[in-house]
Design a protein around this ligand. Structure first.
Ligand SMILES: *Cc1c(COP(=O)(O)O)cnc(C)c1O
Length: 386
């Protein structure tokens, strides 16, 4: 634990804000933000400072339009290469009813991890056939709920979960369409899910083939999908390519060993926030093209599933906050804000990019600040924001 904690603190020191030119030209990164002629920040055309004054409190404002555009951009990109492909929104990235409703109306399916998430998805109106159920250490309650609902795909993560799902099928007199979650054989350096992890079943060592054989011998289930959710914050095409080459190898080997062809290949989520990809000159088209090149080597037709979460929702909100204090200490200057780790998830390698509601007057020098809330956790929203 100590090591992981220290590592995250070291990384947290590198949370650098946007460059000066990125701030003044922020509309090039996120088209709903723009500084007007007077240097005032406008959010979807509204004056940010006025909104903050009117709301009278810090606020986090979500944009359904951005959620919809994010969904369309990734769905279109993969559809261009994979006819009949489906995008399932990983609902853990945002439980807000309005955001999920936008995704549902736009045509997304839902990816859920628990009985609670299944319930949320059903309340929004996602049809059971449009729901993918994931999760490890599946409870009887969760298995019963997915089988009773008749979800389109249940992904099994280990032998025990296979037994739990089969037992729920016997209780309900039905047969579940299942996927098998694999950790493919790739050079895992810097990749989120490594072999022997809690999630997924290793290809290496034969663990995956043992699970597949057991599933084929279980009459209550029908094996339809290969599932691999391997990356997170992925903005490196080479890593994405390596992962998908591994997925394709698993599919080919499984056909050779067991004569099993998958109807669906589900490559999970894991792409970086859309505007950060854009900042690196990348878009979902680049990743979809890689998926096409690598998965073509499977050599038989299948339907593709993707399960983006962060990509859909992470840049679809802004937080508006006042600065309560400007504090100088040693060689650093801090802006203390009302919004921080009290409401934003505090994660290693995640920075929330501060923007002033008003640009400095032309000719006035800019200052660099560290921005954080008033809680006693390390709680820096951003280090060195201009
Ligand atoms: C979290 C998760 C996703 C979405 O991941 P993002 O990095 O938010 O895109 C997709 N599938 C599974 C199984 C997950 O656990």
């Amino acid at each position: 634990m100590a090591t992981a904690h220290d590592a995250s603190r070291v990384r947290a020191r590198d949370l650098i804000g946007l460059e000066k030119s990125e701030i003044t030209g922020v509309h090039r990164l996120l088209d709903y933000l723009r500084y007007d002629d007077q240097g005032r920040l406008r959010v979807y055309g509204h004056d940010a400072q006025e909104l903050l004054d009117q709301a009278g409190a810090p606020l986090i404002w979500y944009f359904g339009d951005r959620v919809r555009e994010n969904y369309r951009s990734i769905d279109d990109a993969y559809r261009a290469h994979f006819p009949g492909h489906r995008t399932f929104a990983a609902i853990k990235s945002c439980y807000l009813k309005e955001c999920l409703t936008v995704l549902h109306r736009a045509g997304a399916g839902a990816e859920v991890m628990s009985a609670l998430e299944l319930q949320i998805a059903q309340q929004i109106g996602f049809a059971p056939a449009d729901i993918v159920s994931n999760g490890v250490g599946r409870s009887e309650e969760y298995a019963d709920a997915t089988v009773a609902a008749g979800v389109g795909l249940t992904v099994v993560d280990c032998l025990d979960d296979l037994r739990t799902v089969a037992a729920a099928c016997r209780r309900h007199g039905s047969r579940a369409r299942i996927g098998l979650r694999v950790t493919p054989p790739v050079d895992h350096d810097g990749i989120y899910i490594t072999p022997s992890s809690k999630l997924g079943v290793d290809w290496e060592g034969g663990e995956f083939l043992r699970l597949a054989r057991a599933a084929l011998d279980t009459p209550e289930v029908q094996v339809v999908a290969l599932h691999a959710h391997q990356v997170t914050h992925c903005s490196q095409p080479a890593k994405y390519r390596a992962t998908l080459a591994g997925v394709a190898a698993v599919a080919r080997e499984t056909e050779r060993e067991l004569g099993l062809r998958f109807e669906v290949i589900d490559i999970g989520g894991g792409l970086e926030t859309r505007f950060l990809l854009h900042r690196s000159g990348l878009g979902p088209e680049d990743f979809a093209a890689i998926a096409k090149e690598e998965l073509d080597s499977i050599g038989y037709p299948f339907r593709l599933h993707i399960e983006p979460g962060r990509y859909l929702t992470a840049d679809a909100a802004v937080g508006l906050t006042a600065v309560t204090t400007e504090k100088h200490n040693g060689d650093r200057t801090y802006l203390v804000t009302e919004i921080g780790s009290n409401v934003l998830i505090d994660m290693a390698e995640v920075t929330y990019h501060p923007l002033p509601t008003r640009l400095p007057d032309p000719g006035t020098p800019w200052t660099a600040y560290d921005v954080g809330d008033s809680t006693c956790a390390p709680a820096l929203v951003c280090r060195t924001a201009t």
